[in-house]
Design a protein around this ligand. Structure first.
Ligand code: GDP
Ligand code: MG
Length: 438
């Protein structure tokens, strides 16, 4: 290996670990920060205790101070707690989907019912209808009708009769009119009371909703947990929508609710306008709750460096001429994470042979994973086995459900990279960099 790469590779080793002291010091700040964000105190206590155990003995990333490393761990754990990935909304493909909006008065049910209907209509090509089942204030029905008019979405209502009848008739009507999504707006109270729960339970029973969505005002603060727990005991909540995140609340309710009830947060409301709704992103929310943006951007940089180290070690492997399909798959995943033109990846040989894959999207990666997954371990490690045998290629095509020509493309890709690597051996870094483009 050339000196420059050796030097870079050396950075991989010799890292310090977090001590109890490091952790305690930073945890005080973290605790305050979470409490400031209105995270429920029980959640804060439990969470910080869990993280302490997790953090102890963790490696400190290059370029970070121990305290900053603790913040990274806290942020990662917050993200994990809130679900890591965005939760999918439950939509039937061949039948009518029914959603029930529940929550306290003023939480944003009526507004969000409209937002959601419109969002799903546009994004998933559904034909939605709204049912007005809040019969305690005449204004509530009018409000939903106004929302419906603005969006061009039909609102079913029968005035101030009993809500069960409205829902029953509304669902029947929606079926007849071939609507495939019905969102039911219900009444809330200022505080939880039994008669309200009783009524919603009855509506839940007769409408058999695919989603029961609890709408919570993000500014609810410490009380959010009680609200969510009570609703979750009485109903089969499938998700939560956090509204009014456009305010300056840090949104600690998201964490409290998720941790105490396990109900996933599915959407967030970010304004009064009917397009102000977003799919909930746990990672963004974690940073917001933690409120340590500066440290987190430092952490991001350090994490990027880790990726670069990984890329370097892969490069070392490529230069020994042992690049195989397992490595190719790893490389694709790395490109997906980092982008083809980021730092070290630009220096990798054969980047151009990947064609116009500036970004690897999920689908591409999925196909390549399927193809490599249909190879035997021996084939993955000895690509030449596949090069020589069309019956192997055929078998891989069948196994992966991809076309024969796609298999050939992948085989070509690997071959090109191997050729490049052979030519690279013994070159100096500057000409290597030139080659990487070619
Ligand atoms: P409901 O009583 O649960 O049906 O709540 P509403 O839908 O009537 O909403 C109560 C108030 O909150 C209304 O003034 C809405 O405009 C407002 N609202 C709802 N969602 C949001 C949001 O995401 N951001 C902001 N700023 N206001 C919201
Ligand atoms: Mg309402």
């Amino acid at each position: 290996l050339t000196g420059r790469f050796q030097m870079a590779l050396r950075r991989l080793t010799g890292k310090a670990k977090l001590t109890e002291n490091d952790i305690d010091e930073m945890m005080r700040e973290v605790r305050l920060s979470l409490l400031e964000a209105d995270v429920n105190y029980k959640v804060v206590k439990e969470f910080t205790e869990d993280v302490k155990v997790l953090a102890y003995g963790e490696k400190i990333l290059k370029g970070l101070k121990p305290g900053e490393q603790v913040v990274k761990i806290v942020n990662d754990e917050l993200t994990k707690l809130m679900g890591e990935e965005t939760s999918e909304i439950n939509l039937k493909t061949n039948d009518m989907t029914v959603m029930l909006m529940v929550g306290l008065q003023g939480a944003g049910k009526t507004t969000t019912a409209g937002k959601l209907a419109n969002f799903i209509k546009n994004k998933h090509n559904k034909k939605p209808m709204l049912i007005a089942a809040d019969v305690y204030r005449p204004a509530a029905i009018e409000q939903l009708q106004t929302v419906g008019q603005q969006l061009g979405i039909e609102v079913y209502q029968e005035g101030l009769i009993d809500p069960e009848t409205i829902v029953k008739n509304g669902l029947k009507y929606a079926k007849e009119q071939a609507y495939d999504l019905v969102i039911i707006d219900t009444a809330g109270r200022l505080h939880i009371d039994d008669s309200m729960m009783d009524e919603i339970q009855k509506i839940e029973k007769l409408s058999k909703p695919d989603e029961v969505l609890l709408t919570v005002d993000a500014m609810t603060g410490q009380d959010a947990v009680n609200v969510a727990e009570t609703f979750n005991k009485a109903l089969n909540l499938t998700g939560c929508i956090l509204t009014k995140l456009d305010g300056d609340t840090r949104g600690g309710a998201a964490l409290s609710i998720r941790k105490m009830t396990g109900v996933p947060i599915k959407f967030s409301g970010t304004g009064e306008k009917l397009e102000d709704i977003e799919v909930f992103h746990p990672e963004r929310m974690a940073s917001r709750i933690l409120g340590m943006g500066d440290i987190l951007s430092l952490v991001e940089k350090a994490t990027q460096e880790i990726d670069e180290e990984e890329a370097l070690s892969m490069m070392e492997k490529m230069m020994t001429g042992k690049f195989n399909y397992n490595d190719l798959l790893k490389q694709m995943k790395m490109i997906k994470r980092m982008g083809k033109f980021s730092g070290i990846l630009k220096m990798m040989p054969g980047m151009k042979s990947l064609g116009n894959m500036d970004k690897v999207d999920d689908k591409q990666l999925e196909y390549i994973e399927a193809i490599v997954g249909s190879m035997t371990e021996e084939e993955r490690k000895k690509p030449e086995l596949i090069n020589r045998s069309s019956s192997r290629r055929n078998r891989i095509a069948r196994g992966s459900g991809r076309s024969y020509s796609e298999i050939n493309k992948l085989v070509d890709m690997l071959e090109k990279q191997q050729t490049l690597m052979r030519r690279m051996q013994g070159m100096n870094p500057d000409s290597l960099q030139n080659m990487a483009q070619g």
